[in-house]
Design a protein around this ligand. Structure first.
Ligand SMILES: NC(=O)c1ccc[n+]([C@@H]2O[C@H](COP(=O)([O-])OP(=O)(O)OC[C@H]3O[C@@H](n4cnc5c(N)ncnc54)[C@H](O)[C@@H]3O)[C@@H](O)[C@H]2O)c1
Length: 355
């Protein structure tokens, strides 16, 4: 029996759409890549033709008025995530918005309020949750780990990664007509690394270990390396350590280790563009055995949109990051930033301001 397809309109035809979302929507079994929208006409036309989108819009407002669109996938720069999402919700569309959800706590809260008011589904693009290896860790934690004592997570981008990613990514098409933010996001590397990479680190910590209560941070900036060591306490009582270091003089290094009363999880995560599933080994004290899933499909962008289509069309439980969880990530990043500046412990339930 043919399945109903969720009609998606993608806002933004820039690098992340070209590397991840356009092909993901084309491949997803329950999605129809219905429309693309970009202010850059040349780019929008090129992407629509190549990926087979039925409609092309140059104006976001016009795409929002099309009654056939079920979900807007926001693949624009960070600065437009909150306004773009609120506009879509007000037009009655479900939303998948790229991470980070927002740049500051107040606008993240506004987005949460807009989602609650709308009654629609909004998911934040923390795509690593859909890596099958990481998903297996999530299940092990829920079902077999027992009480979580400690969570250790690290995310270390590397100086050599472009040599590898340039050869596995498609050639990126750009346009001089693309909309750009007023300020180049890479002007402030400390902020850029936190938003681009730290957002993944804190969301995975939340996904696997639950809400963070407080952080105490030491930041080292030397020789062009930014290294955050984050002493982390979770609301559950678990203690933790998060390490965000960019860029290490080595290969990409990302992963986590979790120590529980009934087992241990060790994960080695690969650079996302390889679409290679994380190697995750779970040891069960009760069984005396290790388990590791095969993980033969790690296109997290495709798995993320397929899951969301099931949430919207079949009422499946949402495992992707909700707006509330996106807000938690924004608060964690702001708290890390503030603690790195002052050296003091920062509680997430008291935090305000910008990343
Ligand atoms: N989840 C991941 O693994 C991952 C990886 C990389 C980037 N990202 C995120 O993806 C997002 C987008 O990154 P990018 O590098 O593709 O961005 P970009 O700014 O280079 O491209 C965005 C495109 O959207 C268009 N656009 C922006 N606002 C518009 C509007 N109002 N109307 C019409 N068109 C508009 C621009 O013209 C541009 O072509 C960022 O938030 C980034 O953090 C996520």
């Amino acid at each position: 029996m043919s399945e109903k397809l969720l009609k998606v309109g993608i806002l933004g035809c820039g690098p992340i759409a070209q590397i991840g979302h356009l092909e993901a929507c084309q491949k997803a079994r329950n999605v129809d890549l219905y429309a693309v929208c970009d202010a850059a006409e040349d780019l929008a036309n090129k992407m629509a033709a190549f990926y087979g989108a039925k409609k092309v819009f140059l104006s976001y407002e016009k795409m929002l008025k099309d009654p056939a669109v079920d979900l807007i996938l926001i693949a624009t720069g960070d600065y437009f995530h909150v306004p773009g999402t609120i506009m879509a919700l007000e037009a009655g569309k479900h939303v998948l918005v790229e991470k980070p959800m927002a740049l500051d706590v107040d606008s993240a809260q506004k987005l949460v309020d807009a989602v609650e008011k709308s009654g629609l589904i909004c998911q934040i693009g923390h795509n690593k949750r859909f890596d099958p290896g990481i998903f297996s860790a999530y299940h092990f934690v829920k079902e077999e780990l027992g009480e979580m004592i400690a969570y250790k997570g690290w995310y270390c981008d590397s100086t050599h990664r472009y040599a590898a990613t340039d050869s596995v990514q498609p050639v990126i098409h750009s346009s001089k007509n693309s909309v750009k933010p007023l300020k180049n996001p890479k002007e402030d590397l400390r902020q850029y690394y936190m938003l681009a990479h730290g957002s993944h680190l804190v969301d995975l910590a939340y996904y696997l270990a639950g809400p963070i209560e407080k952080v105490t941070v030491s930041l080292m900036e030397k020789q062009g390396i930014y290294s955050w060591f984050v002493d982390t306490h979770f609301e559950s009582g678990t203690h933790g350590h998060l390490d965000l270091t960019v860029a290490i003089r080595d290969d990409w290094s990302e992963g986590f280790e979790i120590y529980g009363s009934e087992g241990t999880v060790r994960a080695n995560i690969f650079n996302p563009w390889y679409m290679k599933p994380a190697q995750v080994r779970c040891f069960s004290e009760r069984k005396g055995t290790y388990s590791e899933v095969l993980n033969n499909d790690a296109n997290t962008y495709k798995l993320q949109i397929e899951h969301l289509a099931e949430v919207i069309m079949k009422g499946k439980k949402q495992i992707g990051a909700t707006a509330q969880e996106g807000l938690a990530s924004v608060k964690a990043m702001v708290a890390i930033n503030q603690s790195a500046t002052t050296g003091k412990t920062v509680y997430l339930n008291q935090v305000t301001g910008t990343v």
